[in-house]
Ligand binder design. Structure first.
Ligand code: ANZ
Length: 799
């Protein structure tokens, strides 16, 4: 019989849809739950590319496995539909971005259905649905009421070209991640979420997560915890004080100058007349540099003296105050005490500008370089003779006692800027009243729906397109006039809590029914790209943690196990220039030419899920040939029968064990290899026992579900979906090998191997090893000093 994959796939897709096969009754608590989640796609105009099905197939295989293992599985899909591309499209065509977004979502949904993913489509939503963003706005309002979102003046990354502010992770080397446009630092009133308030909780929560080590490490670095002190310096001749953050308060006696970041508020006030011009010129140069450029260790240090002096609180010494770009406005307090003897950057700076260098630690030679290792303290009054830890503790106690400093923990993590001067996002539900106060939009008025506009383009002055919706903007609250906030939420808003919504997506009274949330959280398996290691995955953890603290989210962490799929590269193993090669291959074409099951099988067989791997057309053909081979095996006249076949016992049980273990651990490629071994073994036999044919079909089904259903129903004669059939089991006793391979080493080097009956004694193994012809030349005439037998594995002969 010919393998008519098109007819088979069309038939089963229709069957699943007509029968609601994958509908999850979330209230069925009789079975254990399993929540398998994909990072939802942004519905771009290009449609799905071959990178998408990789992770999506992985979660789909696990979902299908879990259903057969008796779990109630939640496996949803939705769309992260707010964002720039839809808006750019709207600007260039004059159409509403919603229409474009809806058309794309339709294309994506059809493509996803074509690939046979077992999503419960009834649970689907898009972040731009008002019924969804009502709750995104609601969470914003809770954060506001709890003082965790504020409207503050702060330095931001401003992109003139895109007409918007960008988050730190959206700026790469001073350019916008999208489009590569220049980004500059300016001060602006911004909505910002106080994610640093959650730094400690976000650090703690990482420990118990089953996540890639590298991702946890990236989050730790991004949070960047430093323990140290705040120290206050008075400005000589002014009634002003500035505070520095230092991790080395113990080196205070060696502080020979201070540096304010060029943006520091005190700079203009304390700069002497003689230095005014130089300071103002220098500030201009700094404004265009990115933080990365400014802090690069090897770059030539630059700075300008302000003409003012600070008083070192520990010894009263007057030290010059400089401005320099290597001190960042956005880190710590934006000011430092400089200790050139023991800090490389300060050392370079002091050398260049002829500033004093005073050693306060023993060791090193400060004529040549900064000494950054540990040592006993010198030239440090009451710290002399102490080691670093003691000196830090003693100095902090001294500072606190004299009210000139405190112990301080600093985080690199910055406020999460939570506004974009763009149209296509969630409106921020705040009204700025005429009297200068702010008011939240009443909860009963949520969702605050985006008004339609004639013209979506932003203005270069930085005001949002929503300014143009004058009727919408100007409101009256209890007789008082006010103006709505016109910036919208960033793209990261909607994706920061969507995993909670899938559980109860139609609930209009709450985020979700508490009982359901409690039953279904956390997500058991979350699969998505490594590019989200700090952005999305940190934001989502923060919102979940906040909602947990409020008693809304039931678990402190949302994603128990996280896996990043690798990137699918072009056929020649290279990223072709700037274009991502995955766009080159269209999944629809593969489905048309080979079938969805082939694409799924191929993508799972390409290599380890986490690895980057090149696309291969001959690999696709190979995957297809395997499915044809399976189909032929099952349709061969008289092959499948009720008669047992002991020749297949061992390989069958081995296959069940390997496939089960490998699916659980997401090692799909090796599971498939084992199924290929099994199929080869069956080909050599006349008789394929029906029980084994059924077991094999169940194992193949998660990867190739259409073919799985066809074999189960049409060939094996069942009359219902295979989806909820029990997963096959194996018999440990059947796995025992008759013969074992023993490796023989002489002085640790591999010199031969042999087969021996399983269960042979160590003496028998030793005897056979010594008699082996291959090793004679290595042991002949030599004294045998030791013969070590490692049971069932290895003999090491020491001569
Ligand atoms: C005096 C000192 C002496 C320092 C010494 C280091 C070594 P981490 O570990 O990254 O937190 N610093 C503080 N704020 C800064 C800013 N806004 N821009 C640039 N540098 C800044 O680094 C903390 C150290 O980096 C602080 O401790 C400060 O220099 C500097 F032997 O203070 B230290």
């Amino acid at each position: 019989m010919v393998f008519d994959y098109k007819a088979i796939e069309t038939k089963w897709r229709k069957y699943w849809k007509d029968n609601d096969t994958f509908k999850t009754d979330v209230w069925d608590f009789s079975k254990p739950k399993f929540y398998a989640l994909d990072m939802f796609p942004y519905p771009s105009g290009q449609g799905l590319h071959v990178g998408h099905p990789e992770g999506y197939t992985a979660t789909d295989v696990v979902s299908r496995l879990k259903r057969m293992q008796g779990y109630n599985v939640l496996h949803p899909m939705g769309f992260d539909s707010f964002g720039l591309p839809a808006e750019q499209y709207a600007i260039s065509t004059g159409n509403h971005p919603n229409g474009f977004t809806e058309a794309n979502i339709k294309i994506f949904s059809e493509q996803l259905q074509l690939l046979g993913f077992s999503y419960d489509w009834d649970k689907s939503f898009s972040t731009s649905d008002p019924s969804y963003y009502k709750w995104t706005q609601w969470i914003f309002e809770q954060l506001y009421k709890d003082g965790l979102v504020k409207y503050i003046d702060m330095p931001v990354n401003w992109c003139e070209e895109l007409g918007t502010v960008l988050a730190n992770d959206e700026v790469i080397d001073g350019k916008s991640e999208r489009g590569g446009y220049p980004v500059v630092r300016i001060n602006m009133k911004q909505w910002a979420i106080d994610i640093p308030a959650y730094a400690e909780k976000l650090l703690d929560g990482l420990d118990d997560l089953d996540w890639p080590k590298s991702t946890k490490e990236m989050q730790r670095n991004w949070i960047g915890k430093s323990v140290g002190a705040h120290v206050d310096f008075k400005v000589a001749g002014y009634d002003e004080t500035f505070t520095v953050f230092t991790t080395r308060p113990d080196t205070l006696f060696g502080a020979t100058y201070c540096v304010l970041s060029p943006e520091h508020v005190l700079v203009d006030m304390i700069t002497s007349d003689a230095q005014k011009q130089a300071v103002s010129d220098y500030k201009k140069v700094c404004a265009s540099k990115s933080d990365l450029e400014r802090t690069e260790l090897n770059k030539e240090k630059t700075g300008v003296f302000t003409g003012a002096y600070a008083i070192n609180p520990v010894n009263g010494a007057e030290v010059p105050i400089w401005i320099a770009d290597y001190v960042l406005a956005g880190y710590g307090t934006g000011a430092i005490m400089a200790v050139p003897a023991h800090d490389e950057r300060d050392y370079d700076f002091a050398k260049k500008y002829g500033i004093d260098i005073i050693a306060v630690l023993e060791g090193g030679n400060i004529e040549e370089a900064a000494y950054v290792e540990d040592g006993l303290h010198i030239n440090s009054g009451f710290l002399d003779g102490m080691n670093k830890a003691d000196a830090i503790a003693t100095m902090i106690a001294w500072l606190e006692e004299h009210h000139v400093g405190t112990k301080h923990v600093n985080y690199r993590l910055r406020e999460w800027i939570f506004a974009r001067q763009r149209y296509w996002g969630e409106p921020i539900p705040v009204i700025h009243m005429e009297d200068g106060t702010e008011q939240l939009v009443a909860e009963s008025e949520l969702p605050l729906v985006l008004p339609e506009l004639e013209d979506y383009s932003p203005s270069s002055s930085g005001s949002s397109p929503l300014e143009k919706a004058t009727d919408w903007v100007h409101v009256e609250v209890e007789g008082k006039k006010g103006k709505r906030e016109t910036s919208t939420m960033p793209g990261s808003a909607g994706s920061s809590w969507y995993f909670l919504r899938y559980i109860d997506p139609h609930n209009d009274k709450a985020i979700g029914d508490p009982e359901l949330l409690k039953h279904w959280m956390p997500v058991d398996l979350y699969v998505g790209g490594p590019e989200h290691a700090v952005g999305h995955l940190l934001y989502a953890r923060m919102w979940n943690r906040y909602l947990f603290d409020k008693g809304i989210a039931p678990t402190s962490e949302p994603f128990k196990k996280l896996v990043h799929q690798g990137m699918i590269l072009g056929e020649n193993n290279m990223k072709m220039g700037k274009r991502y090669p995955e766009y080159v291959v269209n999944p629809n074409d593969i489905v048309e030419d080979y079938g969805a099951d082939t694409l799924r099988l191929y993508e799972m067989f390409m290599g380890p899920l986490e690895a980057d791997k090149p696309w291969s057309t001959s690999g696709v053909e190979g995957a297809h040939r395997f499915l044809v081979r399976v189909y032929r095996l099952f349709t061969e006249e008289g092959k499948i029968s009720d008669v047992a076949n002991p020749n297949l016992d061992k390989v069958y049980h081995q296959t069940v064990k390997k496939v089960t273990d490998d699916y659980e651990s997401l090692n799909f490629n090796t599971a498939i290899s084992q199924m290929m071994i099994f199929v080869n073994a069956v080909y050599k036999e006349k008789n394929f026992p029906k029980a084994y044919a059924e077991g094999f079909t169940k194992m193949l089904y998660p990867i190739a579900p259409h073919l799985g259903e066809e074999l189960w129903n049409v060939i094996l004669g069942h009359n219902d979906t295979i989806t909820y059939e029990a997963w096959p089991t194996y018999d440990e006793a059947m796995l025992v090998e008759d013969e074992l391979e023993i490796i023989v080493q002489v002085n640790g080097k591999l010199r031969g191997k042999f087969m021996i009956a399983n269960g042979s004694s160590d003496d028998e193994i030793k005897e056979k090893a010594l008699a082996l012809e291959a090793i004679q030349s290595f042991i002949e005439g030599k004294e045998l000093r030791k013969v070590i037998v490692i049971k069932n594995k290895l003999v090491n002969i020491v001569v």
